[in-house]
Structures are given as structure tokens and as C-alpha cells.
Design a protein. Sequence first.
Length: 88
Amino acid sequence: MRPAANIISKAVGPQVRIKPEIHTYFRCPNDRYLLCSDGLTSYLSDVEIKHILDRCATPREATNTLVRETLRRGAADNVTVVSIFPQT
């Protein structure tokens, strides 16, 4: 379980001013990135998510597989997934 998973730490909207947090990381060959909502992480473990990302050849395939598996498990919440596989 992720502590405070339901807390919004940053918000974007017409009335909100935020200061983005910016971090720099070095990319390694074959890195893959995932942006997702708790609708995904409530139904799939980190290990399951990594397994799906590792075995899929394209971001589209990974995104579709993650959403399909989450819905198959009965997700009642919205599921948002963006998969990014940078070109090496």
C-alpha cells in the first residue's frame, strides 16, 4: 500500500498557482516510463506493472494491456495510463 496515495500534492487549474518540482535523472538504455492514476495502482502491484512494461514491445501495447487488466479485475475508479518508451 502506498502511504497517502489519495492525497493530491500538486494541482493544476485556472485558480491555482503551483511551483513545479523539477528533477534531473540520467536515462539508461531500455528505460520505460509510466504516468498513471491510482485507478491502476489500486489493482496492480508494482511487480505486475513492471512485468507488463517489460514484456510489451510498444507504449500502446503496454497502455492497452495495463488498462485491460485493471478493468478485468473490476476497477470501479477511473484508470489513466500513459506509457513512454524513449528511443535509444
